[in-house]
Design a binder for this molecule. Structure first.
Ligand SMILES: [Zn+2]
Length: 449
C-alpha cells in the first residue's frame, strides 16, 4: 500500500492544500487544545523566578522523575545493579552519580522505559535522532502541550503570538519534486504559508521573495540551512526584500555563524533559535538580549565531560508520564557560560550548541537538502552517515541491521532518492562502525572539502 505521504505528493495542489489543512487542524488541537493556556501561564509565571525558586522547583521535579523511573523495568534494573533505592538519588550530587541513559538503550527497548501501560491519548513520536536512526518515543498528551508552552514562552519574549501569521520553511516535503510554481501553500489553520524547502534555487528565489513581499511577512520560521540558502541567493543576486520581517526563528538544526550572518544581511533581524529535542530532556531559548538560557523549569540539564572542551548535554525531562528518562544523553554538545544575562533572568546560559550543524547535501543545481527526513523511514540500519564527494556523488556508510541484504541497500537508496532526486550517484557502503568526530559525535553528513 502506498504511504500517506506518497499519495499526498501525487495529488493535485488543491487536494494537497486541503490535506495539509486537515492535518494541521488535528495537530493544532493536540498542541493548543484544552489545558494549553493554563500550562503556558504556568511557564510564564516562572519566567522571572530567583535562583532559589528555580532550584526548589527543579529539585522537586527531579524527585518526581526519579519516582516515575522507579516504576520502569529499565531503571528498576539500574537501581538493583547499584544495590540502591531510587530515594538514594534525590540529592543533586547523588543524582549525578547515576549512569547516563543512551539513545541506543531507549531505541532498543522503548517498552522498558514505560512506567505505565499505553493510553489512547498517548502518541508514538518518531525522531530521527542524531545518529540517523529513528527513535520511537511514547509521549502523553500533556508533555506535547508542555513542549509547545515552553516554546511559546520563548516566542512571546520576541513579540510573537499564537495568531501571528508566518512563513514556514520546514523539512517535510509539501509538494512533489516535479511540481512547478507556486512553491508554497496556505495553511489557514496554522496561520502559515508553507514554503517548499526542496525547491529553493537561484532560479526560483525571486518567486519566493515575491511571495514574502506580497504577503508582507513579518515572521519567518524554519530550517536554518534552507533559510540561509534562500538568503544567500537574495544577497548574491541583490533581490529586494520589502516584506517587513521582524523575526527570523530557526529550529531543528544547529545554526552556523555564517548562516546567521547571511540571514541577517538578507532579511534584517539577527535570527533567533532555541534548542530542544523530541525526548523533552532539555530545552534552551535565546532571549531578546541574545543569550541562550537553559529552561530550568522544563528539564534538569547537566553538562558531562571535561570542561576544557564542549560537553555532552544530558537531560532529565520533567514531563511525560508515558516514558521515563533519567540523565538522558542527547548526543549534542555545548559549553556553559559562567556569566549572567543583562535581561535579568536567573537561569544559566549555554554558549551555543554543537553537533547538529551543516547537515545538508548539495544538489547539482545549487539547492541544499537536509537528508535527516529520509532517515525517518524504517530502514534496517543501526548507524548511518552520508559522505558527499567533490563531484557531489554520495556514499552512504551504514552499520547494517540484522539479516542485512540487497533489498535493504535499495531501501536506503530509494529513501534518499526521494530527497536528492535521480541525478547524483549514490553508493551504499556497509561498515563495522561509522567514524565519529574527536568528541565522539556522529555526523550525519560529511562533505569532502
Ligand atoms: Zn537573557
Amino acid at each position: 500500500m502506498p504511504s500517506v505521504e506518497s499519495v499526498y505528493l501525487r495529488s493535485p495542489r488543491r487536494v494537497q492544500t486541503l490535506l495539509a489543512n486537515a492535518a494541521s487542524l488535528k495537530e493544532w488541537r493536540r498542541r493548543y487544545g484544552h489545558g494549553f493556556d493554563a500550562l503556558l501561564a504556568d511557564y510564564e509565571s516562572r519566567d522571572r523566578w530567583t535562583r532559589e525558586e528555580l532550584d526548589a522547583f527543579s529539585d522537586a521535579q527531579r524527585t518526581l522523575a526519579l519516582a516515575r523511573a522507579a516504576r520502569t523495568e529499565h531503571y528498576q534494573e539500574v537501581f538493583r545493579r547499584l544495590g540502591a533505592h531510587w530515594t538514594d538519588f534525590v540529592h543533586r550530587e547523588a543524582f549525578s552519580q547515576l549512569p547516563v541513559t543512551t539513545k541506543q538503550e531507549l531505541r532498543e527497548n522503548p517498552e522498558s522505559f514505560r512506567p505505565r501501560g499505553q493510553l489512547p491519548t498517548d502518541r508514538v513520536i518518531g525522531s530521527s535522532g542524531t545518529t540517523g536512526v529513528p527513535l520511537k518515543l511514547l509521549k502523553d498528551a500533556e508533555s506535547t502541550q508542555a513542549h509547545w508552552a515552553v516554546w511559546w514562552r520563548y516566542r512571546r519574549w520576541h513579540g510573537l503570538d499564537l495568531d501571528t501569521p508566518y512563513a514556514l520553511f520546514g523539512g517535510r516535503r509539501i509538494m512533489h519534486t516535479d511540481q512547478g510554481s507556486p512553491y508554497w501553500l496556505h495553511n489557514r489553520v496554522g496561520r502559515e504559508t508553507r514554503y517548499s524547502t526542496h525547491h529553493i534555487s537561484r532560479v526560483t528565489a525571486p518567486e519566493y521573495v515575491g511571495q514574502l513581499n506580497a504577503e508582507r511577512t513579518t515572521w519567518i520560521h524554519g530550517l536554518s540551512s534552507s533559510i540561509a540558502n534562500l538568503a544567500r541567493f537574495i544577497v548574491e543576486d541583490d533581490l529586494r526584500v520589502t516584506a517587513p520581517v521582524r523575526v527570523v526563528s530557526l529550529g531543528a538544526e544547529g545554526l552556523l555563524p555564517w548562516q546567521a550572518d547571511v540571514i541577517e544581511q538578507a532579511f534584517g533581524p539577527r535570527p533567533i533559535h532555541h534548542y530542544g529535542l523530541t525526548e523533552g530532556a532539555a530545552n534552551a531559548s535565546i532571549c531578546p538580549d541574545g543569550s541562550l538560557h537553559v529552561d530550568e523549569d522544563f528539564g534538569y540539564v547537566e553538562l558531562v565531560g571535561s570542561p576544557d572542551e564542549p560537553q555532552r548535554i544530558v537531560g532529565t525531562p520533567f514531563t511525560n508520564e508515558a516514558t521515563a528518562l533519567l540523565r538522558y544523553d542527547t548526543g549534542d554538545l555545548a559549553r556553559a557560560l559562567t556569566s549572567t544575562c543583562s535581561c535579568g533572568r536567573a537561569t544559566w546560559l549555554l554558549d551555543g550548541i554543537d553537533g547538529r550543524s551543516d547537515e545538508t547535501i548539495e544538489l547539482p543545481d545549487g539547492r541544499l537538502v537536509g537528508p535527516r527526513w529520509a532517515f525517518r523511514e524504517k530502514l534496517n540500519v543501526r548507524e548511518a552517515q552520508i559522505v558527499q564527494h567533490r563531484d557531489l556523488g554520495l556514499t552512504v556508510r551504514v552499520t547494517p541491521g540484522p539479516a542485512w541484504g540487497e533489498h535493504d541497500e535499495l531501501d536506503v537508496v530509494s529513501a534518499l532518492r526521494t530527497y536528492v532526486g535521480e541525478d547524483i550517484p549514490i553508493k551504499v557502503q556497509p561498515v563495522e562502525s561509522v567514524p565519529k568526530t574527536a568528541s565522539g559525535k556522529l555526523r550525519l553528513v560529511v562533505r569532502e572539502g
